[in-house]
Design a binder for this molecule. Structure first.
Ligand code: 13P
Ligand code: SF4
Length: 326
């Protein structure tokens, strides 16, 4: 039974109110009582993944949020994901357990600076990675995720100039795979930039039978060594389907929970970070805890708030993405 222990991120009144509760049963009870849907990204703590109704990558989560019948959605992920759910499903109330759960890629692209760059290149078609704010989405022609980025770029006529934001690593990977020249915003993910190529080479030497699999937010030199590159869901599927038995996983460590569940006989080695730190864990994703999920469902807050004008502007490129990637 998971009970609440004293936590520095909860107020003392919240801690005393939830102390000694069986959080998993309480969450299940609240979900039923309020007919709430819990969506979780693979990078969430394993105990949050275990109480979720649906776990997926950002594209699958966006699709599920749009189709959801539930009027209350708790999104266990980061802000841009929950905001995306609200943009696609305005009828629902979308809760994010901790509103501070941001994303370094999203933070790297302030709307005013992005507007200035767009103004310098007015003939460029703007493709934004879903890891960005509603304000950036509203300035974009189409959105993509790591699982449909190649498909989206291939839909754009060959002679059309493209501005891609905010992830320069995903942008460079798309450019290399499609042969297209992209003007890149220089944002990066603090987690996927953390892996040490040298330590990974050492690991490959010690484990010659291990395949290196990586998320496209990793740096180009690491990607050039990878045996497979894909979104979180495709990395999971690759581990399940591949005849190989050992994998070095270059993405956030949360995905290992589902890999261990779905392929228990396989050996999974998390790719080591440069420093001796725990920096292959996304500090934003990890702001959500089971305690905060319980409190959010109980109190129906914190809620995602977005003006209808901005929502409508951000909806169009998201909807285009969903149509183009069917
Ligand atoms: P996915 O689209 O692969 O789930 O990735 C989201 C993300 O934030 C990766 O860091
Ligand atoms: Fe953003 Fe990186 Fe965390 Fe994904 S892992 S949410 S890209 S900071």
């Amino acid at each position: 039974m998971k009970t609440v222990s004293s936590s520095s991120t909860l107020s003392s009144s919240q801690v005393s109110l939830t102390a000694n509760l069986d959080l998993v049963s309480e969450i299940e009870h609240l979900k039923k009582m309020k007919n709430a849907l819990v969506l979780a990204h693979y990078y969430q703590e394993s105990e949050i993944q275990d109480i979720a109704d649906f776990i997926g990558d950002s594209l699958e989560l966006a699709r599920t949020a749009q189709k959801a019948q539930a009027k209350l959605i708790l999104f266990a992920g980061v802000h841009f994901m929950a905001e995306g759910a609200q943009i696609l499903n305005p009828e629902a109330t979308v809760l994010l357990p901790d509103l501070r759960a941001g994303c370094s890629l999203s933070d790297s692209c302030p709307p005013a600076a992005f507007a200035r760059l767009r103004a310098k290149y007015p003939d460029h078609f703007v493709v934004s990675y879903i890891n960005c704010s509603a304000e950036i989405k509203a300035q974009s022609d189409v959105i993509c995720t790591s699982s449909n980025a190649l498909k989206i770029i291939q839909r754009i006529p060959e002679n059309q100039n493209i501005l891609f934001a905010p992830d320069r690593n995903l942008g460079a990977y798309i450019a290399q795979q499609t042969g297209r020249k992209l003007l890149l915003w220089q944002g990066t993910c603090i987690v996927h930039e953390t892996f040490s190529e040298r330590k990974i080479i050492d690991l490959k030497i010690q484990n010659p039978d291990a395949l290196l699999i990586a998320h496209p937010e990793c740096e180009p030199t690491l990607l050039s060594r990878a045996d497979f590159i894909g979104s979180t869901s495709s990395l999971l599927q690759y581990v399940i389907d591949s005849p190989a038995l050992k994998f070095i996983i270059a993405t956030e460590e949360g995905i290992l929970h589902q890999m261990r569940k779905k392929a228990p006989h396989k050996t999974l080695i998390p790719a080591p970070p440069n420093q001796s730190c725990h920096c292959n864990a996304c500090p934003f994703m990890k702001l959500n805890t089971l305690e905060k999920v319980y409190l959010a469902l109980r109190d129906e807050k914190p809620k995602i708030e977005i003006s209808e004008d901005l929502r409508k502007k951000a909806f169009l490129p998201l909807q285009r993405m969903l149509e183009w990637s069917q």
